[in-house]
Design a protein around this ligand. Structure first.
Ligand code: FE
Length: 163
């Protein structure tokens, strides 16, 4: 028996794609002047891989991760108010689970694009540390469906990113 065929018969489809797409419709609006570009939406393990694109300065969100996040800054820069480092173009960031932090993009940054691999969820907090909303792979899939339907690609367009 051919071993490679045995393994492949149970494997899900691979994916090789232009991460920063030519088609603007692949950027899903998250907030005003904030978009995400889905790459991999893992609905069985509760994690997702996406690019975050921001074209405004100021506070983007105050949030907490119950699970780890890996980031790679493709363009521009960003930081957390709670830390003294700045994530700049070309840098890798590991966010361990557990802390509440406040994502900001500074005024001199015209556009920020960062690759994020997020496990679990982002829980959003208000200024008084009360949880007000969350995102997980399922809210991401829903946002994609609504957006892709609205721009004429169809809700099922999201399925190519789901594993
Ligand atoms: Fe974070």
């Amino acid at each position: 028996m051919d071993q490679s065929k045995l393994i492949a018969s149970e494997a899900v489809a691979d994916m090789v794609t232009q991460a920063i797409p030519d088609d603007e419709r692949l950027w899903v609006p998250q907030a005003e002047n904030v978009w995400f570009r889905p790459l991999l939406l893992n609905s069985t393990e509760g994690q997702w891989v996406n690019l975050l694109r921001v074209r405004r300065s100021g506070v983007l969100s105050r949030h907490r991760h119950p699970a780890p996040v890996h980031g790679y800054v493709i363009k521009g820069s960003w930081r957390y108010l709670e830390h003294d480092w700045i994530a700049r173009q070309g840098m890798y960031v590991f966010e361990p689970p557990g802390e509440v932090h406040t994502l900001v993009v500074d005024e001199d940054v015209e556009e920020m694009i960062t690759f994020f691999h997020v496990f679990g969820a982002l829980i959003y907090f208000d200024q008084d540390d009360r949880p007000v909303a969350h995102d997980d792979v399922h809210t991401k899939i829903e946002m994609c469906k609504r957006h892709f339907e609205a721009v004429g690609l169809g809700a099922d367009f999201v399925k190519q990113f789901v594993r």
